[in-house]
Design a protein around this ligand. Sequence first.
Ligand code: MF3
Ligand code: CO
Ligand code: CO
Length: 303
Amino acid sequence: MKKGPESSKELSRNDPCWCGSGKKFKKCHLGREQPPPRPKASVSQNPRRILIKTEEQLEGIRKSSRLTRDLLDMIEDRIEAGISTNQINEWVHEETLAQGAIPAPLNYGRGKGPRGRPFPKSVCTSINEVICHGIPNEQILVDGDIINVDVTCIVDGYFGDASRMFIIGEVPDATRKLVEETRKCLELGIAQVRPGGKTGDIGHAIQTHAESLGYSVVRDFCGHGVGVEFHEAPQILHYGSPGTGDLMQENMVFTIEPMINMGRPESRILGDGWTAVTVDGSLSAQWEHTIHVTGEGCQVLTG
Ligand code: MF3
Ligand code: CO
Ligand code: CO
């Protein structure tokens, strides 16, 4: 997510319908079938407004996280040179609906981006120097590409969020290493998650590993609380100092999603209002999981 405050709004009459038809809500599902109700936020919140999930909410988030994982497994089976990112979008969109779920990216972020354009597709596809939030289009995957596919689905109102890298054909050793070490960054971050720890422990572990290899950590986007909303408190920074940040408590749920650049960390957003690319054109990789803080440590819900 973009670093900074997030909020969610109800759908209004002239917004695109939640079902993805492209029609206005009032011309489509308004007054007919409604999207699954959004569960009310848990009453047990800490002062920093980080939700402590109830057992009922956790059950829902487990379900949406499992579907998110299954959708990524489907992509893993099918992705290859010669397909377009639009094709990936179609797979995700159709299979999500077939499972009775909603693709969370579609029409997300009304009021964001230039002229308030919402995200127009059901999945993010970020190729090579694209850091995140790439929009599926006619671009064909070719031998030597690396791509992040980021899936978020809503099941019974609950969100699960995960992404993986895919290597298309043969890539130079240095490229493969970036992809593998970024996955290692996510694993090292996850290893820090336990009740009583601080979110800065996660960022520190990731930053230390990435920078020891000469890579840089993207600062402009971060992980986030997830489950009842797409983007909740806290922000999970992928850099920082141990013992700083928010206290991790049992039954918090958040993502860790490090974006690691081969070159400099700065990003810029393309004219479509969403696609974030490296300013220096260097390659960028990202892996993401949804994590539940348990009494003992944590459980990876999208694993
Ligand atoms: N899935 C992304 C994340 O990890 C957010 C995508 S927002 C979208 O937080 F609108 F670009 F889809
Ligand atoms: Co996320
Ligand atoms: Co995501």
